[in-house]
Write a protein that binds this ligand. Structure first.
Ligand SMILES: *[C@@H]1O[C@H](CO)[C@@H](O)[C@H](O)[C@H]1NC(C)=O
Ligand SMILES: *[C@@H]1O[C@H](CO)[C@@H](O)[C@H](O)[C@H]1NC(C)=O
Length: 295
């Protein structure tokens, strides 16, 4: 089966390479694809004669059926509704998209063209599709010992061959100012980059930052980087501060109550202001410990 497949392919290529090609095309010989996702096969061509418009772009399989045809009825059942032309033939672009890629969609698939009753064939026009697991995203390196409150720039990049539906990148931490870019790395491989800024508070629950790429078709792949944030230290903002605050408030209230029991209106007023002042002082003390803890 894989041997006969190879033999058939070999014969096909042998016959094809002996044909006299009239025109020059530029289709890469192989491209990788993620099953269930999409793959965009880049294709361009040149016509030596006059500028030819309204060409009908076709993509044929090894057995001569159509992987793509401008008339949907002519497309092989196996590819019906899954293939579409991405390029504009009037601009010599014959790029085709195959969606919901199946593991057996290996090809080769070859580009051809027609116009009225004329047929055009091209050299360098066939592509093999190689199935592959989704690429792992790559994260830029993070600085060590980050000071809480500082802006940290971080990037997450992932390669794919489905340029019509690029992967979505998400982050495990709150981020701001996201910029997304897509660049062609050549050979039909595209790189999607999410560049964000992240401001650690110092109270992060986890010592890590995860970036996840969700590919068209649903598969996900992630990468984790260690997050080294300067830890909040000291006696302060912990059980000790809370207990001392509670004790302080209790003293305030008890003093207030004691003075109130004296039943004098004026004294009661004094007690009231005293309690307020007491609380105020306590709040100041609290925020002071918090501030000093952060530094
Ligand atoms: C086939 O493609 C090559 C470039 O790879 C080109 O130099 C050559 O002229 C082409 N052959 C024909 C018959 O068009
Ligand atoms: C994407 O592929 C290119 C080469 O094709 C490589 O240089 C680059 O590092 C890859 N990027 C990622 C994020 O894997």
């Amino acid at each position: 089966n894989s041997l006969t497949k190879l033999t058939v392919t070999y014969c096909f290529l042998l016959i094809f390479s002996q044909t006299n090609f009239q025109h020059v095309a530029d289709v890469i010989p192989k491209i990788t694809a993620l099953p269930r996702s999409c793959v965009v096969i880049p294709c361009s061509f040149k016509m030596e004669e006059e500028y030819v418009t309204r060409l009908r772009v076709l993509w044929v399989t090894i057995k001569g059926g159509y992987m793509f045809h401008t008339d949907p009825d002519d497309v092989l059942d196996n590819f019906k509704g899954r293939t579409r032309l991405i390029g504009n033939p009037d601009e010599q672009d014959c790029s085709v998209e195959m969606d919901n890629v199946q593991t057996h969609d290996n090809g080769p698939f070859c580009f051809r063209a027609e116009r009225e009753n004329e047929r055009y064939s091209f050299n360098n026009s066939c592509v093999f599709i190689i199935m592959r697991a989704p690429d792992k995203p790559v994260m830029s390196s993070l600085p060590e010992d980050i000071e809480p409150g500082t802006r940290v720039a971080v990037k997450c990049s992932v390669n794919h061959t489905c340029s019509s539906h690029p992967p979505q990148i998400t982050w495990s931490v709150p981020t701001a100012r996201e910029t997304i870019s897509h660049s062609h790395m050549g050979g039909g491989v595209w790189e999607t980059v999410s560049a964000v800024t992240f401001i650690p508070t110092g109270y992060e629950e986890k010592d890590e930052i995860v970036c996840t790429a969700k590919f068209w078709g649903g598969k996900t792949q992630e990468n984790t980087a260690f997050l080294s944030i300067r830890r909040v230290q000291g006696v302060g903002f912990g059980p000790y501060a809370i207990v001392s605050s509670l004790v302080f408030i209790l003293i305030c209230v008890l003093t207030g109550v004691f003075i109130y029991k004296r039943q004098h209106r004026f004294v009661w007023f004094l007690a009231y202001t005293y309690a307020l002042e007491c609380l105020h002082l306590n709040l100041n003390l609290y925020s002071a410990t918090r501030r000093s803890n952060l530094h």
